[in-house]
Design a protein around this ligand. Structure first.
Ligand code: ATP
Ligand code: MG
Length: 256
């Protein structure tokens, strides 16, 4: 049965999608069966996996509203060697349309549970908000991966996310926990990065992943080729780091 993880942080542009797409590709390289669920109307994970968001017959929107199941909506990322439940702008409407539905926080969970036997890992790329979409991601998951940049404001907003996770754990999903904080876009030449990184380790101990993802331009270039950085330039420092992170996750789930 798949282990299911949300990649979440309500801050925008912190590396959620880059992490979700490249962890998916990194895990696939380690022979894990992976499903990536794009839960963001921006559809960046969809495009980054090489799937055209403008040409979708069904997407995560239809899945959430019960008009399609995951086997009908999923596509194959040929460049990343994983499956994708894609998203596009249409998903922005789901937030409002789901209000009237029963069990609205658990729509995604029910859909994923039905295919959990097909995969080792399900990764959910959340939008930059603590919205009904993110809530669906948190209700579906065993754990949360939180990408963070090691900058001065990194910790601001973290407590809101942690409190939301605690509430979901208490009321909706007792299995949910924080798997770890992932340091991304790391620049070792900056003293501030080193300091914030050390602070994170002090405060959060082994909740901080050992792997650090460096700032690497190849990771930023890859989406315009419709490829995960891991497949686009496997020798790059960024790709190597995400493969190492995949290996760390494979180890982590053994003790879950
Ligand atoms: P949003 O909140 O809008 O969904 P996000 O948290 O998903 O954003 P990304 O889209 O992954 O963040 O990353 C933001 C930008 O930073 C993108 O242009 C991406 O290519 C770039 N980026 C992410 N990680 C790295 C990295 N390690 N090195 C260099 N560039 C990176
Ligand atoms: Mg994103």
């Amino acid at each position: 049965m798949a282990k299911i993880f949300c990649v979440a942080n309500q801050k925008g542009g912190v590396g959620k999608t880059t992490t979700a797409v490249n962890l998916a590709a990194g895990l696939a390289q380690l022979d894990q069966r992976v499903l990536l669920v794009d839960l963001d109307p921006q559809g960046n994970a969809t495009m980054g996996a090489g799937i055209n968001k403008a040409e979708l017959e069904s997407s995560v929107y239809q899945v959430l509203l019960g008009m399609a199941d995951i086997p009908a909506a999923r596509k194959r990322s040929e460049s990343g060697r994983f499956d994708v439940v894609p998203a596009n702008r249409e998903l922005a409407g789901a937030e409002v349309e789901m209000v009237e539905l029963e069990n609205r926080e658990k729509r995604l969970k029910d859909a994923i549970d039905a295919v959990a036997g097909d995969y080792d890992f399900v990764l959910i790329d959340c939008p930059p908000a603590l919205s009904m979409l993110t809530l669906n991601g948190l209700c579906a998951a065993h754990g949360v991966i939180i990408p963070m940049q090691c900058e001065y404001y990194a910790l601001e907003g973290l407590s809101d996310l942690v409190n939301t996770i605690k509430k979901v754990h208490a009321k909706l999903n007792p299995e949910l926990k924080i798997i770890g904080l992932l340091r991304v876009m790391f620049d070792p030449r900056m003293t501030l990065s080193q300091q914030v990184s050390a602070q994170l380790e002090q405060h959060f101990g082994d909740k901080v992943f050992k792997t650090i993802i460096p700032r690497n331009v190849r990771l930023a270039e890859a989406p315009s080729y419709g490829m995960p950085g891991v497949s686009f330039d496997p020798a790059s420092k960024g790709a190597q780091a995400y493969i190492a992170f995949g290996a760390e996750m494979v180890q982590r789930i053994k003790s879950m």
